[in-house]
Design a protein around this ligand. Structure first.
Ligand code: HEM
Length: 515
């Protein structure tokens, strides 16, 4: 691009009419002469006396997100800069931290300290945020809107970083892999690294894509890694981790959701095979999965099987209130033949396999909800600072500040509890996690998803009409308001989880406990 011409403000003022229209936004001069008729807000607003040929910075930022100016088709409308002035509102550097109070957790806030995170976590975080914003975010936005699944090109890029392997948490599946380009060694990688991945990917503000981003693998692979034979693991895991094949977890049915023991899909032995018949519903990534980690009923009780897609397996999309990019499916097994070697965790052991798997899944949902809630807090702090209503910034109203206070308190409480649980996970074996953390993680998830929905409500009141409008200024709030109920349902409904947490505590009550 040739260097931009420096233009005196007075010269801009002469271009203020139809066919010859310039405006100044943040020291940059835009020629809107031809764009006026394409402008989504219409031409008339641009011909207003306070806009045409004038510095319209405040007006522009009251109506548009900064990202509008960064889109290539609009960036090229710029013809120069105002002499003697500098751009003030700059796009964030890749990986940069926000300086808005509470927009980052304390461990990423200058001058604050943390007992949990190391220098390696910080470097990892910086690299992840930069990569996500540059490589993943543009596709996340596109797919959230179009409903298309993640592209193989992006999956390949993620595969090269061993993204899915990292999202399964620490463990022997990481051995020998180069993680995030070598930023963290396999033996150093812990649940805080994984928490960073989960919170960062929620910052796209695209809840459907978050699940489309190979979440099927995150929840369907652990039963193979924990209960599959070495042969089975060698046959399936590497291709899935590399993004060459896709997998989904198939538990829920129209017949049974939180009541997993009530599933009606059956597996009947015939020689060395199981014959599987039944349906599964709300299966994340199911529309494009090659394999299904599936809970079935057998004569000897619930059993988990690894099922390959074949002509006896069909999938169709389930239209939910978030984007079809998640690949949510209705799956039908029509007498599907499955070798008995594909049994995970023993016949009749299905509930043990599935219930232990739930802890990690619930903790993952908690992490993505937390990341999204923090983003919503940042959006609200910025909006209430720049939006003028009744002649004053929104944040000069006590009712608005009261809502902001509640949102900040909730996200900070969620953060502290999540970090505490994550620390426990780092110091417990898988078996200890199953025994000790099922209750606390269930309670944590109930608390975090409920906080999320309260925050969605507060944010929508703050953003008004924009909070219920897809695209534009309030797009992140609208997406969160529409999709935060997913966090309250997926991996166990909120109410059921609260009850589970208390029942776990009751089981562990000392026999001699008395007041
Ligand atoms: C470089 C200059 C501009 C570009 C590229 C631009 C682009 C856009 C775009 C893409 C939208 C759709 C909503 C969104 O994505 O946020 C929009 C909406 C709008 N624009 Fe602009 N715009 C420009 C300047 C202005 C100015 C100076 C005004 C001054 C009044 C203005 C007034 C509006 C209005 C009223 C809407 C509708 C807002 C809404 O529905 O909430 N635009 N503009």
């Amino acid at each position: 691009m040739p260097p931009m011409r420096e233009i005196p403000l007075e010269e801009v003022g002469m271009h203020n009419k139809e066919g010859d229209l310039w405006v100044v936004i943040d020291a940059k001069v835009y020629d809107l002469s031809r764009f006026v008729h394409l402008h989504p807000g219409g031409p008339d607003v641009l011909y207003a006396a306070s806009v045409a040929g004038k510095d319209a910075t405040d007006t522009f930022f009251a109506l548009h997100r900064h990202e509008v100016l960064l889109r290539p088709q609009y960036a090229r409308l710029q013809i120069g800069t105002i002499r003697g002035r500098e751009e003030q509102i700059k796009p964030p550097e890749p990986g940069a931290l926000s300086e808005v109070p509470y927009a980052e957790p304390t461990w990423l806030t200058s001058g604050f300290h943390s007992a949990y995170y190391t220098e390696n976590h910080r470097r990892f975080h910086h690299t992840v945020r930069a990569f996500f914003m540059k490589e993943v975010y543009p596709e996340a936005s596109r797919c959230e809107e179009s409903g298309k699944r993640i592209s193989q090109e992006l999956v390949d890029k993620l595969g090269a970083l061993n993204f899915l392997a990292m999202r399964l948490g620490p463990g022997k599946h990481l051995k020998g892999l180069t993680l995030m380009g070598g930023i963290v060694k396999a033996e150093e990688f812990d649940y805080f690294h994984e928490l960073i991945l989960n919170t960062e990917l929620a910052r796209f503000g695209t809840r459907g894509f978050v699940d489309g981003l190979l979440n099927g693998g995150v929840i369907a692979l652990p039963p193979i890694l924990n209960y599959g034979t070495p042969e089975l693991q060698a046959q399936y895991v590497p291709d899935i981790l590399a993004g060459q094949r896709y997998i989904a977890l198939a538990i829920t049915e129209a017949f049974a959701g939180s009541d997993v023991a009530g599933v009606q899909t059956t597996a009947v032995r015939e020689g060395d095979d199981w014959i599987v018949t039944g349906t599964k519903k709300w299966i994340t990534n199911g529309t494009f999965s090659d394999y299904f980690t599936t809970l079935c009923q057998t004569d000897s009780g619930p059993t988990v099987l690894l099922i390959r897609r074949s002509s006896a397996v069909s999938t169709k999309p389930v239209k939910t209130s978030y984007s079809a990019t998640a690949g949510t499916a209705y799956v039908t097994f029509s007498g599907t033949r499955v070798p008995i070697s594909h049994t995970l965790g023993g016949v009749g052991q299905g509930l043990r396999v599935i219930l232990s798997n739930f802890n990690h899944e619930r903790w993952m949902v908690v992490g993505t909800s937390l990341g999204a809630q923090r983003l919503v807090v940042e959006e609200c702090l910025k909006w209430t600072n720049q939006r003028i209503a009744f002649g004053k910034p929104l944040n000069s109203q006590a009712v608005i500040r009261a809502r902001l206070a509640s949102m900040i308190e909730r996200v900070e409480a969620c953060q502290s509890w999540v970090e505490n649980i994550t620390y426990q996970m780092n110091h417990m074996s898988y078996a200890e996690q199953s025994d000790k953390l099922a209750g606390p993680i269930a309670l944590l998830k109930q608390f975090v998803s409920r906080s999320g929905r309260e925050t969605a409500e507060d944010a929508t009141q703050i953003f008004g009409g924009r909070g219920i409008t897809m695209g534009g200024m309030g797009r992140i709030i609208e997406n969160f308001h529409r999709t935060s109920p997913f966090d309250a349902i997926l991996a166990g409904a909120e109410d059921v989880l609260g009850d589970l947490g208390v029942r776990q505590a009751m089981r562990k009550m000392p026999k001699n406990a008395r007041l």
